[in-house]
Design a protein around this ligand. Structure first.
Ligand code: HEC
Length: 153
């Protein structure tokens, strides 16, 4: 008889699991959702959505790491290392200078360096460090500097 009950143990276990399993109709889970809003009146502050696209966000991370020291945190070409350079790094907020450049051109400058584009050789070539995809993300991010420019007076 003891052996008989032992054989039933897994079955009893599964039955217990099924009893406590939260109902699929939402009775078991209390998480608020769109069709079932929180009723307590207590709401966590909503995180502001980033204004940047996912590609721009990736570019932003890379930019902070590799580019900001020369081009500056705000893209104005005034990073702490810019003062050691013969030619100042491009000011990315200058839309008059940035608008005529195609994405391809910018990506090429990033991967092949300033010298390959007839610019200052002090703009390093990043082709050995960054992938094409990363250059594309960086280009997307660099573009946001000029977009943030206010209307010209
Ligand atoms: C050692 C300093 C330095 C670093 C680091 C650096 N740059 Fe530059 N960059 C320059 C300089 C200097 C120029 C300007 C060349 C000129 O105008 O002759 C420049 C120019 C550029 C241009 C050309 C814009 C145009 O007018 O065509 C782009 C794009 C650019 N940099 C992107 C980047 C990116 C992206 C990174 C990071 C991956 C980066 N740079 C890192 C110094 C730097």
């Amino acid at each position: 008889m003891v052996g008989y009950w032992r054989n039933l143990t897994p079955v009893v276990g599964i039955l217990c699991l099924l009893l406590v399993w939260p109902g699929q109709n939402g009775q078991g889970s209390q998480t608020p959702s769109e069709d079932r809003p929180a009723t307590s009146g207590f709401q966590l502050p909503q995180k502001p959505k980033s204004a940047l696209t996912p590609a721009e966000q990736k570019g932003q991370t890379l930019y902070a790491y590799y580019c900001a020291l020369c081009h500056g945190k705000t893209g104005k070409g005034d990073g702490f290392n810019s003062y050691n350079l013969t030619n100042p790094p491009r000011n990315f907020t200058d839309s008059a200078k940035m608008a005529p450049l195609s994405d391809k051109q910018i990506e090429k400058t990033i991967l092949q360096g300033g010298a390959a584009q007839g610019l200052s050789p002090q703009m390093p070539a990043w082709g050995g460090v960054l992938t094409q995809r990363q250059a594309t993300d960086l280009t997307a991010f660099i573009r946001t500097f000029a977009k943030q420019d206010g209307p010209k007076k």
